[in-house]
Ligand binder design. Structure first.
Ligand code: SF4
Length: 466
């Protein structure tokens, strides 16, 4: 559920990037790669309607060029893309030079494919006169599938051997009860059946490093965001005001410095918002963030975790970070299994709503809540995001997206506090029911509000107003 990627969107940037890489693997496996003479790409549905603002074309070119989204040096992005455009050539997988004219070879089709709103077809001409093509679907959170879902079947097979297979919140709570364990213990036991504890820790440390790094970079970068909306970055000024004249040299020292600042209610609100804004400003400028569970919602989880580290518990360490990420990941995966984490399927409730639910539950475990209170907090957070639409202006992941992360983070903290003060036995809305409700709401939602930029703010506010 949590992966290192590049902004601005998991479904529209990271997904297509990975789909391109998957297609190259497929071509190589079928011995077609060396025969390629031409390549073209068709983007369908939501990938087409908001693809320009979400940098889908850029992601496709980087994926075809063989770059890894986790390691690609972001500072080289403009150079790589302008070279492809000016030379009208692309080095496929950094091996095979082919002619490539982005305006001609990447087609934005308004048509929706039946299987999923985010369809992408790669086509190639081969030197023997034959053609080949493959279609992928970017289903949210950077996950990519093909219609026959071969890989999904392999994964289901792999996950069927988990000590604690989990499809629903009730099953998770039953394991916690029967084993006398916390949610993070159960998730860790499952993870350990797939990889070593050292690998788990290394991955989670890398994820936290990118989260902290994106907050730090966002809080220390001034100016306007790219894309034409002229959105001013705000985290820089908020951080400057709150941190005052205190000095620090890097992200770790910055974190310690924040612990020493005055934090009354208003400052807490400002800090949490600042962390969330910072991440999403980095995301909007195609920077490196953690998809959590998507890039549009990448700021909520780091902001709430940072809140715990700098406000709630100054003695917190990596053990707390590990627990937080394990619990939040499990909650996100329950939403993915029971509903969706794709805004093209369910609007913003699937992005900010899910990230807020993930963060609320994870914070509740760190704050000493029982497993039942953890899921109650997640339920509360989602309950108050139900029906939230996706209507990004100009297809850019900026308005309403950036501020929405601050709101999702604050709601998560509030949901946690309410759950900690409640007896889950008296809860009227079970966690699994809110997932079902979210999915029903997603299906009822008008397509205008599913990452198409054809409704809401996207049509009320135009680029010229900005
Ligand atoms: S409105 Fe919400 S779902 Fe839509 S792009 Fe923005 S953050 Fe993502």
């Amino acid at each position: 559920m949590l992966k290192i990627g590049v902004g601005p969107s998991s479904s529209h940037t990271l997904g297509p990037w990975r789909a391109a890489a998957r297609w190259i693997d497929e071509l190589k496996a079928n011995q077609k790669f060396q025969k390629i003479t031409e390549v073209s790409v068709d983007l369908y549905g939501s990938l087409s309607l908001t693809g320009k603002g979400h940098a889908t074309d850029i992601a496709v070119m980087l994926g075809l060029s063989g770059f890894d989204p986790v390691k690609f040096p972001i500072e080289n992005l403009n150079d790589v893309i302008s070279t492809i455009i000016s030379e009208e050539k692309l080095k496929l997988n950094n091996e095979l030079e082919i002619p490539f004219f982005p305006k001609r070879d990447i087609k934005f089709n308004r048509k929706f494919l039946e299987f999923h709103p985010n369809g992408i077809t790669f086509r190639a001409k081969l030197n023997n006169g034959k053609k080949t093509s493959s279609t992928y679907y970017s289903i949210g959170g950077g996950f990519v599938v093909q219609k026959e879902r071969k890989r999904e079947k392999q994964k289901i097979e792999q996950f069927s051997h988990l000590p604690f297979p989990i499809e629903k919140g009730t099953e998770l709570l039953a394991y916690c009860k029967s084993e006398g364990k916390s949610i993070s213990d159960i998730v860790l036991a499952n993870e350990k059946s797939l990889r070593s504890e050292a690998e788990i820790d290394n991955s989670l440390k890398a994820i936290w490093d990118v989260m902290l790094g994106s907050m730090f970079i966002g809080c220390h970068t001034e100016g306007k965001l790219p894309g034409g909306l002229n959105v001013q970055r705000r985290a820089f000024d908020i951080n400057k005001t709150l941190i005052s004249n205190n000095e620090y040299k890097n992200a770790a020292e910055w974190l310690e410095t924040i612990r020493d600042t005055e934090v009354k209610f208003r400052q807490i609100l400002k800090w949490v918002s600042c962390f969330a804004l910072a991440v999403n400003e980095v995301n909007a400028s195609l920077g490196r963030v953690v998809t959590a569970p998507t890039n549009g919602s990448a700021g909520v989880i780091p902001a709430v975790l940072m809140y715990y580290l700098v406000i709630e518990n100054h003695d917190a360490n990596f053990d707390d970070v590990r627990k937080f990420l394990l619990v939040s990941g499990e909650i996100g995966s329950l939403f993915k299994k029971g509903a969706t984490i794709s805004a093209a399927m369910g609007g913003c409730q699937a992005e900010i709503g899910v990230s807020s639910a993930m963060a609320a539950g994870a914070l509740t475990e760190l704050m000493g809540g029982s497993p039942e209170q953890v899921l109650m907090a997640s339920e509360i957070a989602m309950e108050h995001h139900l029906g939230l639409t996706c209507d990004p202006i100009a297809g850019l992941v900026q308005i309403p997206c950036i501020e929405r992360n601050a709101m999702g983070a604050i709601k998560a903290i509030n949901a946690c506090e309410m759950a900690l003060d409640s007896d889950p036995a008296h809860a009227k809305v079970p966690f699994d029911k809110v997932i079902e409700t979210m999915w029903e709401t997603a299906k009822d939602m008008n397509n205008k509000y599913k990452e198409t930029s054809e409704g809401g703010l996207a049509v009320k506010v135009s680029l010229s107003d900005c």
